[in-house]
Design a protein around this ligand. Structure first.
Ligand code: NDP
Length: 490
């Protein structure tokens, strides 16, 4: 094991502002997907542990909700400062568990998580109701926007720290307390977030972290009668199950689910930019990105040129040791995920798509769940690789003839998370952006994010929004207060 991996400390549960062991001392192994080595262990929360965390969050709620907004703002801002003060440690934990390049975890994910806390710090002092003119009589009517109570946040493994921050920061700004369940593969960076939050002055119990299996800890959190809301990021399949469970007790939910996003290149685009954007749209984050531009729709007149350039780019995007600062394509998160991706590559070939680049597992020193940057041409939108979320570095390139065709193919998907389009025609840029059924549309760009703007899905990609002012709506409820102003009757 490398020195860096050997320095990783075991993960435990974080409840009431301190590390504790799981009931019965249960643990699971934490694996480095680039080396296949067990780097440490982590406590596995049982339903009883989940209950302990919920009770800690419940106990902390009244004081946190009543704390002055300015004080909440100060603490949230400081969490961002603490994350950046410990960026090396956090990024290392992220890369060693997820397999993503250290370049991404250190220079993009952790800074973005810090910015997320600092953005919502500003909102803590700006959560306002309205005074409403009524026609019913002499009343003063106003609304208050109140927190929900204990929020259960459940997130996926692809951006462990960032996805957690997208939920924890607005939930805390709104005055809720949180029980967070990270994905089983990637618990470590989120535990460091909890440590940073304590260092920043967050009162004990306001944020609790319960690593463990989705089917045990996640399920117990969703079923817990004292959890007011579930904020979920993960697959559409698991999301549907959570919705069913939450329905039984009318728990509030927001759902950030899967995607099969279309990235459209019109013939009038700057082709160099479009090809760079298309490659970045699918190979960044190893393609384990919900908004990955996994379907590239290319106008027929430039189709073969674009495919040739993508082949060249894919072949110049080698996999590498995720801890090396120059690596841009890391290891997939787990063997199972790698096999799933390789299985889809097999289906692509089997259904008649043309493999133009990649397509193979490529271990480093005989180890690691690395898959080459892969490009398929001659893909039809009814092929499995165009319909199902692969969640890997696999691009399906589909030709189209007209703008209407492009929009039709793009929208012919169960999903609607994101889309991109490349054109020099400003009118077309706006027109097509308005017609695409997706929660985010990038024009002449792809995979851009900013905490200030909302992110979330249309159709089976979910509902509710992370980030931006809209995310706060998911963590607040509105109370209407009526004050009778009529004079006392004699
Ligand atoms: P999963 O849906 O398998 O898991 C997501 C989280 O849910 C994990 O913490 C998991 O725990 C937990 N979970 C699993 N089963 C249950 C259950 N029965 N009850 C409660 N919680 C449960 O997704 P992946 O982790 O595989 O992530 C990939 C998916 O996430 C992709 O579909 C991707 O598109 C989507 N995603 C969506 C984003 C968005 O913003 N729209 C952003 C990022 C990813 P455990 O790890 O133990 O299984």
């Amino acid at each position: 094991m490398s020195e860096v991996a050997a320095a990783v400390k075991p993960g435990r549960l974080w409840i009431g502002g301190a590390y504790v062991d799981a009931e019965g001392g249960k643990t699971f192994d934490v694996v480095n997907p680039a080396t296949e080595e067990v780097i440490t262990t982590c406590a596995a929360a049982s339903p009883a542990d989940v209950d302990r965390a919920v009770q800690a969050a419940r106990a902390a709620f009244p004081a946190w909700a009543a704390m002055s907004p300015l004080e909440r703002q100060r603490i949230l801002w400081n969490i961002g400062e603490r994350l950046m003060a410990r960026v090396d440690e956090i990024a290392t934990a992220e890369t060693l568990t997820n397999g993503k390049p250290i370049f991404e975890s250190k220079f993009i994910d952790t800074p973005d998580a810090a910015k997320c806390f600092q953005y919502y710090a500003g909102w803590a002092t700006k959560i306002m109701g309205q005074t409403i003119p009524l026609s019913t009589g002499p009343f003063l009517n106003y609304t208050r926007r109140e927190p929900l109570g204990v929020v259960g946040a459940i997130v996926a493994w692809n951006f462990p720290l960032l996805l957690a921050s997208w939920k924890v920061a607005p939930a805390l700004a709104a005055g809720n307390t949180v029980v967070l369940k990270p994905a089983e593969f990637t618990p470590l960076s989120v535990l460091l977030l909890a440590e940073c939050a304590k260092e920043a002055g967050l009162p004990d119990g306001v944020l609790n972290v319960i690593p463990g299996k989705g089917s045990i800890a996640g399920q117990a959190l969703v079923e817990h009668p004292q959890v007011a809301k579930i904020a979920f990021t993960g697959s559409t399949e698991v999301g549907k199950g959570i919705l069913r469970t939450a329905a039984d007790r009318v728990a509030k939910v927001t759902m950030e689910l899967g995607g099969k996003s279309a990235n459209i290149v019109f013939a009038d685009a700057n082709i160099d930019d479009a090809v760079r954007g298309a490659a970045n749209g699918i190979f960044y984050g190893k393609g384990e990105i919900c908004a990955a531009g996994s379907r590239l729709l290319v106008e027929r007149s430039i189709y073969s040129d674009v495919v040739a350039r993508l082949k060249e780019r894919a072949e110049k995007s080698p996999v590498g040791d995720p801890m090396h600062p120059k690596t841009r394509l890391g290891a997939l998160v787990r063997e199972g995920q790698m096999n799933r991706v390789l299985d889809y590559i097999g289906k692509g070939k089997g259904e008649g798509a043309t493999l133009v680049a990649g397509g193979e597992r490529q271990p480093i020193n005989g180890k690691g769940y690395f898959v080459q940057a892969t490009v398929f041409a001659d893909v039809r939108n009814d092929m499995t690789i165009a319909r199902e979320e692969i969640f890997g570095p696999v691009l399906a390139v589909i030709p189209f003839d007209t703008e209407a065709d492009a929009v039709g193919i793009a929208n012919d998907s169960l999903y609607g998370l994101a889309a991109g389009l490349w054109t020099r025609d400003i009118k077309r840029g706006h027109r097509v952006a308005h017609k695409l059924e997706a929660g985010t549309v990038w024009v002449n760009a792809y995979n851009r994010y900013d905490t200030a703007t909302p992110f979330g899905g249309y159709k089976e990609s979910g509902f509710g929004r992370d980030m931006g002012p809209e995310a706060l709506d998911g963590y607040l409820q509105t109370k209407s207060v009526w004050i009778d102003l009529s004079e006392d009757r004699a």
